[in-house]
Design a protein around this ligand. Structure first.
Ligand SMILES: [Zn+2]
Length: 334
């Protein structure tokens, strides 16, 4: 069960079980699925109803999804199967996780971690505040992880977070799940002989996104600034925008070479600069198409009907953010 409503006092009445449940879905999936299920854009109240059903759906799905481990190089791997892609660095200092996935995946993630070695998880970095990247914070903290993030991630995980498009209030995480070490712009760590650089993008997919770079290994986890082969979600409610996504893509291109292994937030988890460039060019082309229609005075629905994404839909429109939903996200920002 999940809270549907707008008043904070209603939210506060919720039990601990409900508080956990309300984290049981991802923003990205709710928006896309809500749009698709109704064959059109939902009113906020209709979207609630869809979201309520999706909570159990996505939790149930994550609970039974296997975790697939992709070994990269220099003791760095990526886990696929629990919300966003999870980076893992192993070594004598303890395991370092980049993102926490969804809490109900704990048994599968525990097994996958054990297969990489016996050392405990000592550090967890959140690439941004979204549920499908930070819901596992609570159990990983209990297991011994110190949680590090950009300061806006701590802010959003500490407060009731209102997502205006769905008239929806997210409750804060328990204190243990809140990042205990935060930074504004940049931060560096040296763990397991790896130099780890954390860097804030500025407003992009949200206002809390960071890249995590493993220097010697030439691997970078770019969080949800890159969705590999699928249209991305953009969270305007916490500072995201299409122009911010494009700026982040340009920063990612400037920071990588053809030999860099790039871990995207969603989509095929082992990627490269060529795929990233294709993603960036898709964003720019669709932004230009949508901006042109908006300048001609077309409404949001008229712009969707004009299919400004048509040339890209076969490749990019096959996931939860479908062409109509993505067009609306872009329209909002141009
Ligand atoms: Zn996200």
């Amino acid at each position: 069960m999940i809270h549907i409503g707008t008043k904070n006092e209603d939210v506060m009445e919720f039990s601990r079980e409900n508080l956990l449940s309300r984290r049981g879905f991802c923003l990205c999936c709710v928006g896309g699925a809500a749009f698709t299920a109704a064959g059109g854009w939902l009113t906020p109240r209709q979207a609630f109803a869809e979201a309520r059903g999706l909570v159990s759906l996505i939790k149930d799905s994550a609970a039974v999804s296997p975790i697939v481990t992709h070994k990269l190089r220099n003791n760095i791997s990526v886990f696929e199967g629990s919300g966003g892609n999870i980076g893992v660095l192993t070594g004598p200092d303890g395991k370092v996780l980049i993102d926490a996935g969804i809490g109900v995946s704990r048994p599968q993630i525990t097994t996958a971690l054990a297969a990489l070695g016996t050392e405990p998880v000592t550090h967890l970095v959140n690439t941004h505040w979204h549920f499908d990247h930070a819901d596992g914070n609570e159990w990983l903290h209990t297991a011994g992880a110190k949680i590090i993030a950009q300061e806006n991630t701590r802010k959003h995980l500490s407060e009731i977070q209102r997502v205006e498009d769905w008239d929806y209030n997210f409750l804060p995480l328990r204190p243990g799940g809140i990042p205990s070490e935060v930074f504004a712009s940049e931060h560096s760590l040296k763990l397991n002989v790896a130099s780890i650089g954390l860097k804030h993008y500025g407003p992009a997919h949200t206002d809390s996104d960071i890249s995590v770079t493993f220097g010697e290994a030439n691997i970078v986890h770019v969080g949800d600034t890159f969705w590999n082969g699928i249209y991305p979600f953009i969270d305007y409610s916490t500072g995201g925008s299409i122009d911010g996504m494009i700026a982040a893509s340009d920063a990612n291109l400037a920071a990588t070479t053809k030999d860099t292994i790039i871990i995207p937030g969603h989509g095929k988890p082992v990627s490269n600069k060529a795929e990233l460039k294709e993603f960036r060019d898709m964003l720019v082309a669709i932004r230009d198409n949508v901006a042109k229609l908006k300048r001609q005075g077309k409404s949001r629905d008229e712009t969707v009907a004009a299919k400004p994404t048509a040339a890209f839909d076969a490749k990019w429109g096959q996931f939860v953010i479908d062409p109509g939903f993505f067009t609306r996200l872009v329209y909002q920002g141009v």
